[in-house]
Design a protein around this ligand. Structure first.
Ligand SMILES: C[S@@+](CC[C@H](N)C(=O)[O-])C[C@H]1O[C@@H](n2cnc3c(N)ncnc32)[C@H](O)[C@@H]1O
Length: 415
């Protein structure tokens, strides 16, 4: 999602929004009380984003698109889906089978991929959609209901991952960043887990506590893997490469960042759902070294409310999106563990160019249409917009060909 127009002054809430947020806040307060006064940040996210009927994604606000809080690439332009379709077609013509889209939101990607696949004579048998939000699923059903019958009839709605693995393509645009994540801080050499508590007046406050053994081990593993090699640390530091030492060497005091333990089970489930074919994961993210670079000492957490971006995750519970960037090294490691091959990793711009976005621009009829598409393409491609912050990772199983996605750029060396 684009966040270029971050401002510090957010729009005033409407009375129904205030009531809604108060109900979510009450759920959070109850959870804090049940857990002895402190709620881990990922559990906070599970409530404010996904509590049935109340969480940001589960409730009825518009969320995605011009009238919502943020815009995604498929909502911004059909050009994105046409390029994704070309990559799908290459795989489907080899593997046959189906497309499975995870977290389809309002159905924008499916609405552009399906007609493009028809043009390419590469329609999947089924286009499965697994969307955890009942509200977004209903919006997507309405949108896809407008497709011609030959396309509409291929869409199948899932409540869980497919019972039997599919051949074909798994798509996930901006889903990994929506998985609940943990926040941590490193202070005085100690790893803290960030969470949420209540002030004496009953307001939500940030509250850190010593991290449990598992989180601490994960953070220190990250520190070790991003610390400079021993030779670069100077003589006195040379032997210090493990645990807290690595954290002290590579991170400034007070660093706060995020990690997402849900990535492994998510990728494992994707791996189990794919017999043969490719997985295309698109999201804003970085390699681990870039993600946990000392210059990014405040982390990557971002909240989105009516196209304003800010970093206060405790504001407006249930009314705003809360995300963190994706550690693509972690995705690649999880893919490895799930026996999926990391076939490619490139910027969104490189992916779209490799999948002939320029051909769509050239084919546009009429000056107005050309200008409209050129403006959309700029937002998808330019480094200051979505072109570089967004990456595309392709994972494959049982495919012997080089995917189109990697034709222009291969950033796997960064992982
Ligand atoms: C930022 S939105 C992106 C929506 C859409 N892919 C797009 O690009 O417009 C994230 C979506 O992922 C869904 N989601 C989150 N976790 C999910 C999961 N584990 N499985 C399927 N969908 C999920 C959310 O409900 C939401 O629709």
């Amino acid at each position: 999602m684009t966040s270029r127009d971050a401002v510090s002054i957010l729009p005033v809430l409407q009375p129904d929004e205030e009531r809604h947020s108060a109900a979510v806040l009450q759920l959070v307060r109850e959870a804090i009380a049940q857990r002895g006064g402190w709620l881990a940040f990922d559990d906070y996210l599970r409530i404010v984003l996904y509590a049935p009927g109340l969480g940001y994604y589960s409730a009825g606000s518009v969320k995605i698109g011009g009238a919502g809080d943020f815009v995604t690439a498929p909502e911004l332009s059909g050009l994105f889906g046409r390029c994704v379709a070309r990559q799908c077609a290459q795989v489907l013509l080899l593997s046959g089978g189906d497309v499975l889209e995870l977290g389809a939101g309002t159905g924008a990607l499916a609405a552009s991929v399906l007609p493009a696949l028809q043009e390419l004579a590469a329609l999947p048998q089924h286009y499965y959609i697994l969307e955890v939000s009942a509200d977004l699923r209903a919006r997507a059903q309405q949108r896809l209901g407008g497709l011609p019958a030959a396309l509409r009839e291929r869409v199948r709605w899932l409540d869980t991952m497919p019972a039997a693995p599919i051949a074909g393509v798994v798509l996930a645009n901006e889903v990994a960043d929506a998985l609940p994540f943990k926040r941590f801080a490193v202070e005085d050499g100690a790893v803290l887990e960030c969470g949420v508590g209540l002030s004496a007046a009953g307001r939500l406050i940030e509250a850190d506590r010593p991290a449990g053994a598992e989180l601490r081990a994960q953070v220190l593993r990250i520190a070790v893997s991003v610390a400079p090699p021993a030779g670069e640390q100077g003589e006195a530091a040379a032997p210090m490469v493990a645990g807290e030492q690595a954290a002290k060497i590579c991170w400034p005091e007070g660093l706060r960042s995020e990690l997402c333990p849900m990535l492994e089970p998510w990728i494992a489930a994707i791996g189990a759902a794919l017999e043969r074919g490719a997985v295309i994961i698109v999201d804003y993210g970085l390699s681990r070294r870039e993600y946990y670079h000392p210059q990014r000492s405040g982390g990557t957490l971002r909240c989105h409310f009516r196209h304003r971006a800010h970093a206060d995750a405790l504001l407006y519970p249930g009314l705003q999106d809360i995300t963190a960037w994706v550690d693509f090294t972690r995705v690649a490691e999880a893919a490895d563990a799930a026996q999926l091959e990391v076939a490619g990793y490139c910027t969104q711009a490189a992916f779209l160019l490799a999948n002939d976005i320029e051909a769509d621009l050239a084919a546009a009829g009429g000056a107005l249409e050309r200008a409209r598409l050129a403006s959309q393409a700029r937002q998808l491609l330019l480094p200051g917009e979505m072109g570089e912050n967004f990456k595309v990772m392709t994972l494959t199983r049982g495919l012997e060909v080089a995917l189109r996605a990697g034709a222009i750029q291969d950033l796997r060396r960064l992982l």
